[in-house]
Design a protein. Structure first.
Lengths: 281, 281
């Protein structure tokens, strides 16, 4: 992608900060502006050198921007994108980094602003830690970014968003918002729910007997509870469907444990191993 | 611990092989003998240099041994330990490395051999990969090893086992077999069951949308299905109790998702994060 004269990042936490660092390290922007809600957040981002300049004023931040990325918590994304679309140049590419897409994209299209420059995105990259202190310029390298055009999205806008993420090292996958939410319920939201349930039902007295298996399986439970409660609530219909498939699987395992059915237990573990091996490390 | 003139390892896979390597690297044994069921397994172990000598004959392998470690799959441990106790010198320390303890220790004590030299052990160290190729001399460093004496165990035997594991770099935890199985159901067996259920109910078409969250949460599902079916079956009463606590937690989460109860969802995630953070990385 050609260099952008100005890129504005709304929300400079781990994801927003990593976008800033990636742009800087790859020489892809002349000027990187961060927009935050609190001066203290902007000061942290400036200190981490993930942005060149910070402002609390969305309109000022997006003026003359070539690209605007909204990387705020999912409950705020739609409102923030609509504000950006109302203030940014009509020529700007506007996208987001929210972990859910159906509700966000629908709310933006119902928001009354001109959405010609907008398409939704979800970079499948992150960390269980939050904040610009953990930002990494290579966070998106070889990671998938889902770009989610709707019937109303301009093809050129989708292509610009794909080129933007590719310029940060990511591979892009294009799918409609509802398909995204259905797939991510299984591949991201359900694992998070289950990791949290496992952690929550482990007596703390026994943590000295937790080895790498417990540590790996529960790692994402350390993520920000507020951010994830929002993600769960935004995608609750699909998350419940995925959860019901898991509950059926666990009930079947319970039946086989109770019956001491070694053959069925091994068959279940073999099927699980096949799927896990298909991913690789 | 003073150097042993001869240590015999029954079963030279990942755990047995790592014990051999650790002994060798730390200069803790003059002679390390591996006992296997198949010559091809012994040849692999010899090639990986985790043992000095291999034999298919248990009695020959344990003759004159100072220490014997049984590191075979949990369904074989009790039988193998009884065979060892019948053939090894009365002065030998005999222990195992099985992931379950109640059934194994009970079967050994009912096995008719002199159990004065035996105490059960479970090193909380491993890998989702199997075989001596993945053995590591530092596998036990700073890891917990549970040593599980019963009413019949000689205190001196327990102390020798603790000293043995400590000499490999581990920290030991002493508890009765039933308490071990209760705790490990929560901290190891349930996470494994859940990781496998998650992997098994993820459509393979969506794996391209699986990021580090899915990868971490399901990692242990890549382990050997046969070994783990045995572990599940050996500890099924405690595993079912742990599973029921998890199912209750997941059902509560489902209710809160359905009701869109953001406060309860966040409360649940906060509780999970507290427990996860208590472990550290």
């Amino acid at each position: 992608m050609a260099s952008n004269s100005k890129v504005t990042i709304i929300g400079v936490g781990l994801i927003g900060g990593s976008i800033g660092l990636a742009l800087r390290e790859r020489g892809l922007a002349e000027h990187i502006v961060g927009v935050g809600r609190r001066q203290v957040s902007l000061d942290r981002a400036l200190q981490c050198e993930v942005i060149d300049q910070g402002t609390l004023d969305v309109a000022a931040g997006v003026a003359d921007a070539d690209v605007v990325i909204v990387a705020t918590p999912v409950d705020s994304v739609a409102t923030d994108v609509v504000k950006v679309l109302q203030a940014a140049p009509a020529s700007a590419l506007v996208t987001d980094a929210g972990s859910t897409k159906l509700k966000i994209c629908a709310e933006i299209e119902a928001g009354g602003a001109n959405t010609a420059g907008f398409v939704g995105s979800h970079p499948l990259a992150g960390d269980h830690r939050s904040g610009p202190e953990f930002a990494r310029g290579d966070l998106f390298v070889d990671k998938a970014v889902v770009v989610t055009p709707t019937d109303q999205t301009h093809e050129e806008t989708t292509q610009r968003a794909e080129a933007f993420w590719a310029s940060l090292g990511a591979r892009t996958v294009r799918m409609p918002p509802d398909q995204h939410d259905q797939a991510l319920a299984s591949t991201s939201h359900l694992p998070h729910l289950v990791a949290s349930a496992l952690a929550a039902c482990t007596p703390e007295d026994w943590l000295s007997l937790a080895a790498t298996g417990w540590a790996d399986t529960t790692r994402v439970a350390a993520a920000d509870p507020q951010l994830w409660a929002q993600i769960f609530a935004q995608n609750s219909p699909e998350l419940i469907k995925s959860l019901d498939r898991l509950l059926a699987q666990l009930q079947a395992a319970r039946t086989n444990l109770l019956a001491n059915d070694h053959t069925q237990l091994e068959h279940f573990l073999q099927q699980a191993k096949r799927t896990r091996d298909a991913l690789g490390n």
